[in-house]
Design a binder for this molecule. Sequence first.
Ligand SMILES: *[C@@H]1O[C@H](CO)[C@@H](O)[C@H](O)[C@H]1NC(C)=O
Ligand SMILES: *[C@@H]1O[C@H](CO)[C@@H](O)[C@H](O)[C@H]1NC(C)=O
Length: 254
Amino acid sequence: MLPAAGHLLSLLLVIGTGNTLPSLRAPPQGCYVAEEAGERTFRCSQAGLSAVPAGIPNDTRKLYLDANRLASVPAGAFEHLPVLEELDLSHNVLAHLSGAAFQGLAGTLRHLDLSANQLASVPVEAFVGLQIQVNLSANPWRCDCALQEVLRRVRLAPGTGTGIVCGPGARPDLVGQEFLPLAGEEELCGAGRGGVRRSTDVALLVIMGGWLLLVGAYLAHYMWQNRDDPRRPLKRAPLKRVRSEDASTVSTVV
Ligand SMILES: *[C@@H]1O[C@H](CO)[C@@H](O)[C@H](O)[C@H]1NC(C)=O
Ligand SMILES: *[C@@H]1O[C@H](CO)[C@@H](O)[C@H](O)[C@H]1NC(C)=O
């Protein structure tokens, strides 16, 4: 019933906007094209999808893929949508995002909803260059360095910070805790526990190595001179001895 109505609507839209053949291709089952506030929208909510569908019009600005069975987002999944501004992937079973999941959307994507999925961690690379507002609520976050890094790069949708809670895969003392206050207190990306110590250790090692090298070089130089020095008096000594015929002058020279 609804899909049929949606199809009819998209057909009407197609006729209305005078688009030609490519858009006449039927959208995937359960999906429909709409014009919302003058923006081309593609809705596939609750369509039983287990993968990002093909045939999404390339002028789509808002894409709703919420409440499906998507388990992962592969690299470049949306790169054929050059004007996509809003992407709703909420209420799926997403457990894995490719580092290139949002490739090609850097200039346009503004809103991303990843809430209510199975995400324990996300690759930081997926968010590099994006200027987005993101909803990360209701996922079983491992509360790791990657999440902390992501939160430094994105803006959270208003009021969604409290929804980022550490899941069963997190460090035992973090499970069930809100992540934002923790992330403000503790550095999870190397620094803080052990990390700072580790980097200062490395710095110390480098400095000590440098000193050792200097000392070694100085010692080598010193020894070279010392090995040289006895020779000089020895060379000079016979000359002096020959000249003065007196051993005492040699000892005073040395
Ligand atoms: C969509 O694809 C058509 C045909 O390839 C192209 O002419 C059009 O410019 C594209 N639209 C956008 C927004 O990229
Ligand atoms: C963020 O996601 C949660 C869970 O899906 C939802 O209840 C909430 O309304 C969302 N908030 C925003 C601002 O989108």
